[in-house]
Unconditional design. Sequence first.
Length: 240
Amino acid sequence: MKPARCFLPLLPLLLLAALLPAASEAEFSAARTKMVKEQILERGITDPLILNVFRMVKRHLFVSPAFSPAEAYGDYPLPIAENQTISQPYIVALMTYAIAPMKNKKVLEIGTGSGYQAAVLAELVHEVFTIEINDKLAGQSKKLLQDLNYRNIHCRTGNGYLGWPEAAPFDGIIVTCAPDDIPPALIEQLAVNGRMVIPISYSTNVQDLLLVEKLANGKLKKTDLIPVLFVPMIHPGHAR
């Protein structure tokens, strides 16, 4: 989704953070509670397990410390390292809800980014396999997730277009970057009765978030959810 406002580049933000007084945990907690109520619950996501996870996972740890509690939990994406973004909280919640997470499920994420989506999933499912093509960003998010003691998240630096074949099949797949069409490898790696949520880019300015369900007969059921705007997927023969 498009940011609701413009932000300074990440490096100046980090320098600014060193000069500002640190917000308290109570302030971050209050901002997180407000985010869940106004951005997620009031937009129709009422699953108590998902709501509780979004109250618990600290989004501010996945963004620059220069952001205030209101910004860290604001209703818009934020910049992270390597000129990438962390998605709007509602979009993370919607994509999580769409794959119907359960404790016995195994989920693949394409595009680790900051690691926030993986952390949310790790609280809801048995195992998370997450792939990031940018090696620097992959290293940063892997270290953060390890430091936060997530032991059911498996991280890889690599080409998400190809999925993670040796760990397949997956009960759920979340793609956080937009290809022009559904990668064949991801269709193959989706389990029967599995659910994939993926932004599909139809033109430079037109993307839809698509729910893909693999039926018992192997056919795909596709449902358009909402218009979105994600970064393009990097894959062979294409550039971001």
